[in-house]
Ligand binder design. Sequence first.
Ligand SMILES: Nc1ncnc2c1ncn2[C@@H]1O[C@H](COP(=O)(O)OP(=O)(O)O)[C@@H](O)[C@H]1O
Ligand code: SF4
Ligand SMILES: [Mg+2]
Length: 365
Amino acid sequence: MFDEKDLIVEAKHVTKIFPASKGRQLVANNDINLKFYRGKTLGLVGESGCGKSTFMRMLLSLDEPTEGEILFNGQDITKLKGEKLRLNRQHIQMVFQDPATSFNPKMKIRDIICEPLLNFGRIKPSEKDAKAAELLEMVELPAELKDRYMHNMSGGQRQRVAIARAIALEPDMIVMDEATSALDVSVQKTIIELITKLQREKNIAIGFICHDLGLAQSFSHEIAVMYLGNIVETMPGEDIGPDCFHPYTKALIESVFDIKMDFSKKIKQIKGEVPSPLDAPKGCPFCDRCECCMEVCKTVKPKLVEVAPDHMVACHQFDKEGCGGHCKTDQSKDDDCCEELAKGAFVSEHAPGEGPEAHVEQKGE
Ligand SMILES: Nc1ncnc2c1ncn2[C@@H]1O[C@H](COP(=O)(O)OP(=O)(O)O)[C@@H](O)[C@H]1O
Ligand code: SF4
Ligand SMILES: [Mg+2]
């Protein structure tokens, strides 16, 4: 989908397990394979608690994966220690949900913005004023704001300051973790416009974490849907909508509130609760809540398979394990789940991280 020469960060088979009480293990991320490209935004969406922040914290080297690699420009950064780790932090910066609590309230805006530049010896203290003014202009704020404090600013202005600080070190990638979730919709839009403009000017890769599928879709070049620590679908941003395949993604879309929506239609809720990651189902992570669940789903975990160009889905309806068997052997079960397959959807199967072109066959042959 994107030019491999623009690949900047790649997560390969990343798993994060937290120890839990009574010797149990909490699998927060399970074999995640995602790529981030210069100038492109990957939107990572999923319900609260599914493991989005855990994954992004590992990209930022704030936490170490239990297994797997995170490659920055081809080098595994999970093994970096000491000064090498510190220096590497310049390349991937972050913007969190609430800048008011992320920064010292006693610091002036000028000091907040210039702190990373001073830490890495990029500017002298005497250059702070000019640099802060320059960065504030980049995020379309008046230079005079450099003498203010965070609590004297609106939510949107604070988030612009956080973005100014994030771009100060000219990073290759910015991670935005629910960075616009606390803002009014109109302010949200202006922040998205700003970050899109900066991305175009500076060719930055963006990891945009969000529980709002509609918002992520509005500007992401690629979307990855996470459920209970697993990536269940990845697709080009424009495929979100009628062209997505996974029952969880479909359910998420049906539960999105949109001002342009058809209000005669009921907003659908996803049935049941997300299970605890301590008690995840053995087979498909979504099987307890899925309206299309088959026998095989309860025991065999589906792998990501390619169902359309650059569009991967982990669901047995689209692989050889599942629907083929289900449709052919259990004719009594007359549900709609296999409609796409009946229409001749493609099935391709390969190990996570391998090229999608591995094995393609026409279902029903
Ligand atoms: N440091 C930690 N120790 C133990 N469990 C954690 C820790 N951080 C996150 N978790 C658990 O990992 C799961 C994923 O959390 P998180 O990544 O914050 O989800 P999200 O960002 O999608 O809301 C949750 O069940 C959470 O309780
Ligand atoms: S694998 Fe089975 S349970 Fe999981 S999403 Fe697909 S149909 Fe539903
Ligand atoms: Mg989070």
